[in-house]
Ligand binder design. Structure first.
Ligand code: B12
Length: 365
């Protein structure tokens, strides 16, 4: 069955395919508890460890897993822009959740011609640990930046897998192979120092996380977000294992990753959905992109947008007000001091507290 599935997948153009029978990930429990204790985890992860570590809690009939790595970012060069935002190449083109699910669905249909089975397709949104499952399926090895990397695609591969009730005898590649050795490039380039010296991530510092979270972004992290509107590619672009992929020839127009922030600032929710709703990076909604645009304006010192941001001090959202005040301070401290002082008496305690912090000079930008 295994050889037949590989043959079918290769015929469909899927080159990175592997299998595992490991269904019990209890061996990771200590690692997860330590991460939580160190506050390195985040709100995007399933909190119930039983759902994350035991595949049969998600799909009781599961006996084996068919995993794939699907490449992206071929020929990717970060588009240059001095006065606009940028979204990550992970969000280029069709939402990868739909794209990978379709590929896996087509694979199931093809395998069904030989053998019917029960299955569940997972891409990103399952509580299971995609990278551990795919590592065990021999799709790749972990880099220090915590990404799964292989020789064909570097780390620029989306991961997906099919939980099945098939009896497949897999190799189960549980061991960690150190592919980075003395290389520390990703650790050194990460603007927020989110990558730990020993490998792995303090996810709460990762720029990708900061662009997606709805929680408060500490002032000292904002500067390092640069012009990121969604996601971050810095550790991957610097990784030597990705050199071949980004040097490949491609007709993809990556300038589509540049986001017009002036337009974004004034967009309605429905216009946002029309323009960006089909991108994987739009899942957090317009206001989070808008918050990131406001941070970008401060970081890129786009003085021509001062009045545009100033208007946002009248926004009904505390979040938008707080970041606007910070951005205005970054643009023009003198002018903003007067503006914020005049607003203090109208604001609630949370917003007032933030304005006062900025007025006291607690501004690391
Ligand atoms: C929450 C989440 C995030 C969070 C947290 C990421 C994190 N590192 O924990 C944030 C928002 C920061 C994020 C960012 C990104 N994400 Co994300 N994310 C997820 C999600 C939904 C869960 C991850 C999770 O469970 N984390 C908990 C930790 C413990 O698991 P882990 O990160 O996979 O860690 C494993 C290994 O990396 C390794 N490991 C971790 N630390 C260490 C330390 C050492 C010393 C060693 C040896 C190993 C090791 O062991 C862990 C257990 O197997 C997964 C999908 C899923 N369901 O798994 C996608 C997923 C991990 N994300 C993905 C992508 C593409 C990204 C971004 C590149 C997007 C972008 N351009 O902005 C960045 C990359 C950031 C980075 N350097 O990891 C892909 C990764 C593909 C790949 N080739 O690895 C996934 C698998 C989605 C998918 N199906 O394609 N993501």
């Amino acid at each position: 069955m295994k050889e037949k599935i590989i043959e079918i997948a290769n015929k469909m153009g899927i080159k990175s395919i592997g299998f595992t029978n490991v269904l019990n990930y209890g061996y990771l429990e200590e690692f997860f508890l330590k991460r939580k204790y160190n506050n390195f985890d985040n709100e995007f992860e399933e909190q119930d460890l039983k759902k994350r570590l035991y595949v049969n809690n998600i799909f009781p009939e599961c006996k084996s897993i068919i995993s794939v790595g699907i490449p992206y970012a071929m020929g990717y060069k970060k588009p240059r822009t001095n006065d606009n935002g940028l979204i990550s190449v992970v969000s280029f083109g069709e939402d990868y959740h739909n794209y990978i699910k379709r590929i896996l669905n087509d694979l199931v249909i093809e395998i069904f011609k030989y053998n019917k089975f029960k299955y569940l397709i997972c891409v990103d949104t399952s509580p299971l640990i995609d990278r551990e499952i795919c590592k065990n399926s021999n799709i790749g090895s972990f880099g220090k930046n915590s990404l799964l990397i292989n020789d064909s695609y570097g780390s620029f591969m989306y991961l997906g897998y099919i939980l099945t009730d098939l009896d497949i005898n897999a190799e189960n590649n549980i061991k960690h192979i150190d592919i980075c050795k003395d290389c520390n490039i990703c650790i050194n380039v990460c603007p927020n120092k989110a990558i730990l010296d020993e490998g792995g991530l303090n996810t709460k510092k990762c720029v990708s996380y900061l662009t997606q979270t709805k929680t408060y972004i500490p002032i000292e992290y904002r500067k390092n977000m640069g012009n990121a509107i969604y996601g971050c590619d810095i550790c991957q672009l610097a990784c030597p294992k990705n050199k071949a992929v980004i040097e490949m020839k491609s007709t993809n127009d990556y300038s589509k990753l540049v986001i017009d922030i002036r337009e974004l600032m004034n967009m309605s929710n429905s216009d946002f959905l029309k323009k960006y709703g089909n991108l994987s990076g739009s899942w957090r909604g317009k206001n989070i992109w808008k918050r990131n645009a406001i941070i970008t304006i401060g970081n890129l010192k786009i003085n021509s947008m001062f009045d545009l941001v100033k208007n946002e001090l009248n926004n009904s959202s505390d979040m938008i007000k707080i970041y606007s005040a910070w951005s205005l301070m970054a643009l023009n401290r003198h002018k903003t001091t007067d503006i914020l002082n005049s607003k203090l008496k109208y604001e609630n305690d949370i917003v007032k507290g933030e304005y006062q912090k900025l007025l006291m000079g607690d501004l690391l930008c």
